[in-house]
Design a protein around this ligand. Structure first.
Ligand code: MCA
Ligand code: AMP
Length: 505
């Protein structure tokens, strides 16, 4: 049997006329439409010369057409490479240079800028997608036949590469196979009880694991449908919720829902499930949500490299502050970060796992890949946690210098490098501080070089040209010196403590 994930999706379709995607205006795209559209896009890719193993990079706003392209990549054996739409051209240049896509798909208004950069890298094929279906790739696809023979491949073949930032230096492309995606989606359909009756309120971006794989593949393998929103807009989410049964979101979604007086028990009553992940959901928000709606959010934990790892149970206690149990087929252990020896229940260590969900390594970085695995094959997440008395995994911190803002990862080293290049700054430390909406607010503490004064507004706007907006520090604080320990290492914990109330209302 072919290991192609699309083959599995197609084989599970019981009712081809059933809806797969519904738009806010009521337009519906059925499963058979999805097969035809992905077939047209697959033929368009083939006509452009895309073949198995080729990378197709995509940086656009959230369009339904991105799904047809994603599925077309599965069908042709091409490797889908989605990029955050907030990345600047300078950031994209690194990913494109590293992954060497044969085709780059972008928004029409970015085409000129990106084409100039990409042609410097020898990447000649640039196509566009647009919300109204007028992008050049959509026009090509429209002229194609909807029939396409999905190629046979091994389940170990790559379906996608998703870049994750490195704690130091370069971003790494996580290589995700068809089997990785299939095993995870099957487990999630099972443990979260997704069926063809479900309608998922889809307000997440689709350039990351959460919105693309967790949400989309789970729906596709259960025969359910999605109500497609182009972004998380609170008014729109409230308006559409009555038409749906399930929601997946980052904690910020739930924090924002709780700010609405009309988000009541009655408003949430018909919803079967609310799922949260990508960042810590505070026990306080979890409890407030239950008090308001009578429903407990189901929190789960995952990572780009592994898809989903643990989940709170569907039946049984959804414990505030805990991320639950290993998914079926996945083994989780807690180990001493230094020695790798396995720890007892209750002891805090690094979370490690093994299973069919674990990625195939970092693109063209065999040494980095090796560093992230123990000799017995367990992947080291860099998250710190413990098993409680009842066997629930609780995340207690991170053994990696990472900030998560609104579910998006920001690696301080990248922002510090950009700050340190500014003439008026001699050194910097970037930290995450408690933030009511985003969970953590990216904050820079800098020391002036003496070459010009440090102007927060001017610095932020200069950084915005280089870094995606969500990475740009919300605040830049100037100090005479950064606190250091006796080894000379900057004490970020001291800074976090000193400025912990910076974003308090
Ligand atoms: C937008 N901005 C942000 C963020 N998003 N700043 C910091 N953190 C963010 N996450 C910027 C905007 O550019 C804007 O800048 C300003 O902040 C305020 O915008 P706002 O309207 O509040 O933002 P928004 O457009 O409503 O977006 C917030 C959001 C969004 C809805 C939380 O970021 C989002 O959808 N996040 C989900 C990310 C996600 O899918 N993560 C999953 C990763 P200005 O005002 O200057 O223009 S996958 C993963 O982590 C693993 C595998 C897992 O377990 O799932
Ligand atoms: P990413 O690199 O975008 O895949 O982000 C993965 C990281 O998000 C994990 O290593 C965790 O640090 C964090 N994460 C995901 N889900 C949760 C959760 N439920 N609670 C706490 N942290 C989470």
């Amino acid at each position: 049997m072919s290991g192609n994930l699309f083959g599995t999706i197609a084989s599970r379709i019981d009712d081809p006329a059933a809806p797969f995607l519904t738009l806010p205006d009521g337009t519906t795209i059925s499963y058979q439409d999805m097969i035809a559209l992905s077939g047209q896009y697959a033929n368009a890719l083939a006509r452009l010369g895309v073949t198995k193993g080729d990378r197709v990079a995509v940086q656009t706003q959230k369009y339904k057409e991105c799904f047809w392209l994603y599925l077309a990549c599965l069908r042709t054996g091409a490797i889908y490479l989605p990029l955050n739409s907030a990345y600047t051209t300078a950031e994209v240049e690194y990913f494109a240079g590293d992954a060497e896509p044969v085709l780059f798909v972008c928004d029409p208004d970015r085409k000129d800028d990106l084409t100039t950069m990409l042609s410097g890298l020898g990447i000649g094929h640039v196509e566009t997608l647009d919300a109204d279906g007028t992008g050049s790739l959509s026009i090509r696809a429209e002229q194609m036949s909807p029939s396409f023979d999905t190629i046979e491949l091994s389940g170990d073949d790559l379906a996608a590469i998703l870049y994750t930032s490195g704690t130091t230096g370069r971003s790494k492309g996580a290589m995700i196979s068809h089997d990785n995606l299939r095993s995870n989606a099957e487990a999630l359909v099972d443990i979260w009880r997704f069926t063809s009756s479900d309608i998922l309120l889809h307000a997440l971006p689709i350039y990351h694991t959460h919105g693309l794989f967790v949400a989309t593949n789970t729906v596709l393998l259960s025969g359910g449908s999605m109500l497609f929103l182009p972004k998380f807009d609170l008014d729109e989410v409230m308006k559409m919720m009555p038409r749906t049964t399930a929601m997946m979101g980052v904690p910020t979604f739930y924090i924002r829902l709780l700010t609405r007086d009309d988000f009541t028990r009655e408003a949430a009553d018909h919803m079967r499930i609310f799922i949260s992940g990508s960042a810590p959901l505070s026990a306080e928000i979890h409890r407030s949500f239950t008090e308001r709606t009578g429903k407990a959010i189901l929190e789960r934990y995952g990572m780009t490299e592994t898809n989903m790892i643990t989940s709170n149970p569907y039946d049984g206690l959804r414990k505030p502050g805990a991320v639950g149990f290993a998914l079926p087929g996945v083994t989780v252990r807690i180990a001493d970060p230094e020695t790798g020896s396995v720890l007892e229940n209750g002891e805090v260590g690094v979370i490690e796992l093994k299973g069919p969900n674990v990625f195939k390594g970092y693109w063209r970085m065999p040494e980095k890949t090796e560093q992230e695995f123990r000799p017995d094959g367990f992947f080291i997440t860099g998250d710190l946690g413990y098993f409680d008395d009842e066997g629930y995994v609780t995340i207690s911190g991170r053994d990696k210098d990472l900030i998560i803002s609104g579910g998006l990862n920001v690696y301080p080293a990248e922002v510090e490098n950009a700050l340190d290049e500014q003439p008026e700054i001699s050194e910097s430390a970037v930290i995450g501080l408690p933030h009511g909406d985003f969970g953590e607010g990216v904050t820079a503490v800098v020391v002036a070089s003496g070459k010009g004064s440090v102007n927060e507004t001017a610095l932020r706007s200069r950084l915005e040209g280089q870094l995606a907006k969500f990475k740009t520090p919300r605040r830049i604080i100037e100090l005479d010196a950064l606190p250091r320990n006796t080894m000379g290492k900057i004490q970020k914990n001291v800074l976090r403590e000193r400025f912990k109330d910076l974003y308090a209302e």
